[in-house]
Write a protein that binds this ligand. Structure first.
Ligand SMILES: NC(=O)c1ccc[n+]([C@@H]2O[C@H](COP(=O)([O-])OP(=O)(O)OC[C@H]3O[C@@H](n4cnc5c(N)ncnc54)[C@H](OP(=O)(O)O)[C@@H]3O)[C@@H](O)[C@H]2O)c1
Length: 281
C-alpha cells in the first residue's frame, strides 16, 4: 500500500489534537473520515479537501451510533486503514470528591468509547488482513497525578486492553499503537476539563499542585499551560503510521519521555522494596 492511499477515521476531530491529526493526514495526501459530536466544526477542513474528506457526526459514548458510523465510514472510501481513538477529556477531582456520574462518564468516553470503535472496526480490518488502530493515551496512562486519578484510570484501562488487543490482532495483520502524549496546547486543560465539587480537605493539595485551591480554574488569560503545537503531535503520528516497524507505545511530545521515565522509576523503586524483585542494572 502506498502512503498516499491510506484512509483514516478519527474521533473527536472537531478541535484540538483530533483536528490536527485530520489536517495532517489530509495534507499528506491521505483520505480522512473525520467524526465529531458537532460536525460543523469540520466544515472548513472538509471544504478545503472536498474529494478526500468526509465528515460524520459521532458521540463515541453511543455504542450503536459507533457501529453504524463505522459502517458509513468504511463505505465512504471503501475501507479504513488507520482508526484513531482520539475523543476524550480530563476530569479533575480527588478520588473522594468524585460523584458516581462523574466517574462513570469519564470511563464511558475515554475507555468505552475507544472500546466500541475498536470492536466495530475490527471485523473490517480482519477481513482485509490489514489496518492500524491508534489509541490516544497520555503520559498519564503510565504514571498518575493526584486529583487526576479517574483520568489516569481511564488511560491505564485504555492501555491495558490495547496491549492485549495488539497481541490478539497481530496474526490478522492488524497493528495497534498506544500513543502516549505529553502536554499540547488544546482545550484539554481548559474548556474541556470537567471538575468535581471540591472538598476543603484537598485545598492544600490543589494549592501545592496548581498554585491555587480554586476550581474550576480560570485559564481565560492563557490558552493552555503548554505551548506545544498539536500540529507537531500530528506530524509525529503521521510519520509513525508510515513506518511499518514502529513500537507499540509511541511517545509524542518533548516532555513525554521524562514523564514516562519518572513514572517507571517510581514503580520500579516500589517493587524493589520486595527483596525478591530483581531489576537488571
Ligand atoms: N492536550 C494534551 O495535553 C493531551 C495530552 C495527553 C493526551 N491527550 C488526549 O488527547 C485526546 C484529545 O484531547 P485534546 O487535547 O485535543 O482536547 P480537546 O481540544 O478538548 O479535544 C477533545 C476532543 O474530544 C471530543 N470529545 C470529547 N468527548 C467526546 C465524545 N463523547 N464523543 C466524541 N467526541 C468527544 C471533543 O469534542 P467536542 O468538541 O464535541 O467537545 C473534542 O473534539 C484526548 O483523548 C486527551 O485525553 C491530550
Amino acid at each position: 500500500m502506498t502512503y498516499a492511499g491510506r484512509v483514516w477515521m478519527i474521533t473527536g476531530a472537531g478541535r484540538g489534537l483530533g483536528h490536527a491529526f485530520a489536517r495532517a493526514a489530509l495534507e499528506a495526501g491521505d483520505r480522512v473520515v473525520a467524526t465529531a459530536r458537532r460536525p460543523d466544526a469540520l466544515g472548513e477542513l472538509a471544504a478545503a479537501h472536498p474529494e478526500r474528506a468526509v465528515v460524520l457526526p459521532l458521540d463515541v459514548t453511543d455504542r450503536s451510533a459507533v457501529f453504524s458510523t463505522i459502517e458509513r465510514a468504511n463505505a465512504a472510501f471503501g475501507r479504513l486503514d488507520v482508526v484513531v481513538n482520539n475523543a476524550g477529556y480530563g476530569l479533575l477531582g480527588a478520588i473522594e470528591e468524585l460523584t458516581e456520574a462523574e466517574a462513570r462518564a469519564q470511563l464511558e468516553t475515554n475507555v468505552f468509547g475507544a472500546l466500541w470503535v475498536t470492536q466495530a472496526v475490527l471485523p473490517h480490518m480482519r477481513a482485509r488482513r490489514s489496518g492500524h488502530i491508534v489509541q490516544v493515551s497520555s503520559v498519564g496512562g503510565v504514571g498518575s497525578m493526584p486529583t487526576f486519578g479517574l483520568y489516569n484510570a481511564s488511560k491505564w484501562a485504555l492501555e491495558g486492553f490495547s496491549e492485549a488487543l495488539a497481541a490478539e490482532v497481530a496474526p490478522f495483520g492488524v497493528r495497534v499503537t498506544i500513543a502516549e502524549l505529553g502536554g499540547f496546547a488544546t482545550d484539554w486543560a481548559w474548556r474541556s476539563m470537567r471538575f468535581a465539587t471540591s472538598l476543603p480537605a484537598y485545598d492544600g493539595l490543589r494549592e501545592s499542585l496548581f498554585g491555587s485551591a480554586r476550581v474550576p480554574w480560570d485559564m481565560s488569560h492563557q490558552a493552555s499551560d503548554t505551548s506545544a503545537d498539536p500540529a507537531e503531535a500530528a506530524s509525529a503520528l503521521v510519520a509513525h503510521v508510515r513506518r511499518d516497524d514502529g513500537p507499540l507505545r509511541l511517545l509524542i511530545g518533548d516532555d513525554a519521555p521524562e514523564h514516562v521515565r519518572m513514572a517507571l522509576e517510581r514503580r520500579r523503586d516500589d517493587y524493589r522494596r520486595d527483596g525478591r524483585f530483581r531489576w537488571p542494572v
